[in-house]
Structures are given as C-alpha cells and as structure tokens.
Write a protein that binds this ligand. Structure first.
Ligand code: TXA
Ligand code: MG
Length: 338
C-alpha cells in the first residue's frame, strides 16, 4: 500500500486535515501528531479499522487502545457510569497528556477494549489532533504509531521508519512536545490507581485524588500475566542495542561506563569525564527535557553498532517517574545500582 504523506509544515493545513478525517470516516488508519507521541488513529466505532491498527503495529491482541475525544460532550458517548471525580480530573487535566479508564459505553467497539468492560479515554491538547477528531466527528482509537516493542515515535520520521507502506496516511507535523505517552489512571475500581506515569505527575494527581494508589507494574516487572493495564506486561520501547539502566551519581556513572568496551552511554548534560561514545538526553535537573528526548535517543543509539548502552537513570519524582518507567522497560528490567 502507498502511504499518503499529508505535510502540515508546508502547504494548506485545513485541506489535509479534512483528507485525514475522510480516510478515518471510511475506516482507514492515519498516523496523527499529539502532544505526547504520534498516534495511529482509527474510528473507535469500526471493528474493521481497529483490526487494521493491530495488524500494522504487530500489536499483541490483548492490549486495548486509548479512545481520543475532542470535547467533553464526547466523554459520555464512549464511557458510562462516569464518577464525579472523573469530571474533576477532566476539568484539571484536559485537554492534555492524561487518560482515564472508565466503564465502557456499548457504542465503542469491543475490539478497542479487547473484551474488557472498561475504556481508556483521553482528550489531547494538540491542535491538529483535536481538529482531526472534530472534522471526522467520531472518537478515535489510537495507540502510539510505532511497531510494537519499538521506542514510541516522537516525530513523523520515526513513524515513516516504522509504518510507511502499512497505513493509509501520515500527517507530517512538528515533533511532539512532551515526548512520553500520557499518564493513565483507572477510575473503574473502588480506589483510583495510576497505571502508567506521564507528564501529569503523581504529585498533581494527589491534589484531586488524594487516595490514588500506584500500580506495582509502574516500577517493577509484573510477576503475573494478569495486570491492571495489559500494556505494562510487554517488553517495550526496546532498541536492538541491549539497554542497562544505571543508578548512581555522576562520578560513579563515568567510572563505571568508562570500563565498558564496544558500548555507549546515554547521559545527562551535567555528566563529565565520559570516555566512551555518548548521547546527552537532557538535564538531570529538568525531567521534562529527559522525557522530550528519551525515545528519540533510544532510536538514535541503534544507528551505530554498539553491543550495549548504559543509560544514566533519572530521579523517580515528577515527570522523572515516567522517564524511569519507560527506561526500565527498554532495559527489560536490568538495573545496575552503583
Ligand atoms: O499519549 C498517549 O497515550 C498515546 C497517544 C497516541 O495518545 N497513546 C498511547 O497508546 O500511548 P498505547 O496504546 O501505546 O498505550 C495505551 C496504554 C496501554 O498500556 C494499554 O494497556 C492501556 O493504555 N489501556 C488501554 N485501555 C485500557 C483499559 N481499558 N484498561 C486498562 N489499561 C488500558
Ligand atoms: Mg505504545
């Protein structure tokens, strides 16, 4: 299949957004930018379109999709029995990098939630993403637009690299601002629970949901096949190079990596005296910069033929928790504490 490139950086935006919406209404699949990562969108009302997403990504069949809406009225079209606290969260964190798991409305295809009675819902803040949903007039199911298992795509070229020839169209727009996928919480159980950390932090969530619990899968390897969020149990975001996550101060990190042959480091801009090849992924003091670059550097490291890459671990506070959560999966839970 030839993938249509709809370039918004040069040319007429509104026509290209209308074209993307038309493809989506006709049960096609289109990669769209969001503020977190690029998504691979399909009508949440079409089993046929959703099936194409799973095939293009090679996505495990039991991993449900997030449904994207463009205004608060759409929430009750896709979810039901919506608790008051969901509206409070929506008011505070939408539009933005925040997803809520709620009871599913029957209008949403069972193939979106892979048989669960819940649905994950997000209202993105990205203007193009919302314009496409508005123009299509339907909620869009959209996982990250990468091949399953690969680092999530934060610019259109990552998407082209993974999915060109496998999907109907790609919107080419600027790189994603946040860089890691949305925060996912569930409000479908008795107690609110964080399933995946993101740019909306635990600290911010606690202001609205003081009793929120952090799912054990956020920082540890799941020990059973039954997890609250199926996406958490897969090896994720992995480049071909073997990744190790390394905890320790700057001096110890440098001493440690300098003894490694045929390896590279992914480090902070504050790190000094590193004598092996390295890529800086941001500032230790600015977790947002680490989130913005983490997936991109994991892709870049694969352009060389290193056997191993040692990543300097961020703090687990603020957005750092989201970065740590992605890196520990990229490392298949191999953590070295210095
Ligand atoms: O920022 C994002 O959320 C991006 C952009 C495109 O919006 N999307 C994204 O989708 O990250 P995906 O499919 O890569 O991750 C969705 C996560 C998975 O871990 C999945 O298991 C979880 O959300 N999820 C979806 N529906 C769920 C449900 N009903 N219950 C529990 N977890 C759910
Ligand atoms: Mg994903």
């Amino acid at each position: 299949m030839e993938t249509l490139k709809l370039d918004l950086i040069c040319g007429e935006k509104s026509e290209k957004i209308a074209k993307a919406a038309e493809i989506l209404k006709n049960e096609g699949i289109v990669a769209i930018p969001t503020e977190t990562v690029y998504g691979l969108a399909a009508s949440a009302y079409s089993d046929e379109a959703v099936a194409k997403v799973f095939i293009a990504k090679g996505r495990p069949q039991d991993n449900p999709l997030i449904v994207h809406i463009s205004n608060i009225d759409m929430l009750s079209e896709v979810a039901c029995d919506i608790p008051e606290k969901a509206y409070k969260c929506a008011e505070k964190f939408w539009p933005g990098p925040f997803t809520m798991v709620l009871k599913k409305n029957t209008s949403v295809c069972d193939s979106v939630s892979r048989g669960l009675d819940t649905v994950a819902v997000r209202m993105p803040s990205h203007v193009t993403a919302r314009a496409i949903i508005e123009s299509a007039g339907i909620p869009l199911a959209a996982p990250s637009a990468n091949l399953s298992g690969c680092p999530s795509p934060t610019n259109a070229y990552h998407v082209i690299n993974d999915l060109d020839g496998k999907i109907d169209a790609i919107i080419i727009d600027d790189e994603c601002q946040v860089g890691v996928e949305s925060t996912v919480i569930t409000l479908a159980g008795d107690t609110p629970r964080l399933l995946r950390p993101g740019a909306v932090t635990v600290e911010q969530l606690r202001e609205i949901l003081p009793d929120i619990e952090i799912d054990e899968a956020v920082l540890a390897e799941p020990t059973s096949d039954v997890v609250a969020s199926p996406g958490m149990k897969y090896k994720h975001y992995s480049p071909k190079t073997t990744v190790y996550l390394v905890e320790g101060d700057s001096d110890r990190f440098a001493d440690f990596v300098n003894s490694k042959k045929n390896s590279a480091a992914i480090c902070f801009k504050e790190d000094k005296n590193i004598n092996i090849p390295y890529i800086v992924y941001g500032s230790e003091c600015d977790e947002g910069s680490l989130a913005h670059n983490v997936f991109s550097v994991l892709r870049d490291i694969d352009k060389e033929n290193y056997s191993d890459v040692y990543v300097h671990a961020p703090s687990k506070t603020g957005v750092g928790l989201a970065v740590y959560n992605r890196l520990i999966r990229a490392a298949a839970f191999k953590v070295i504490k210095l």
